[in-house]
Design a protein around this ligand. Sequence first.
Ligand code: AMP
Ligand code: ZN
Length: 120
Amino acid sequence: MNAHDPNCLFCKIIAGQIPSKKVYEDQDLFAFHDIHPWAPVHFLLVPKLHIPSMAQLTPEHEHLMGKLMVLAPKLALELGCNPYPEGGFRVVCNTGAEGGQEVHHLHVHVMGGPRPWLRG
Ligand code: AMP
Ligand code: ZN
């Protein structure tokens, strides 16, 4: 598994080769608005490292994934999700075909904002 896959859509977005509405970047993580939002707030949070899905996670990714999960609520609030408990957000990580995964670069969907939502 390479750190960057030249055929991967999200690797290209991270590299700036395909435009996105970026909301966050640091040395390990990248976040951008989903192009087809289901909710008033809907962004994708991804490791820069090309990991195809949660199925490939190993103990060496524990720190990275912990960092990603701790960042999600911070970005959710910054992007307009209302505070817990009346507000909140949903985190979804589709994994594999039966998990509904379409883009094979690990990503979590963070969705929130007032309902009704388009889906979910
Ligand atoms: P998944 O089904 O979990 O693999 O979700 C992939 C998500 O990526 C979908 O919600 C798409 O709307 C989103 N998506 C696909 N292409 C782009 C893009 N170029 N920029 C932003 N989001 C995208
Ligand atoms: Zn990738």
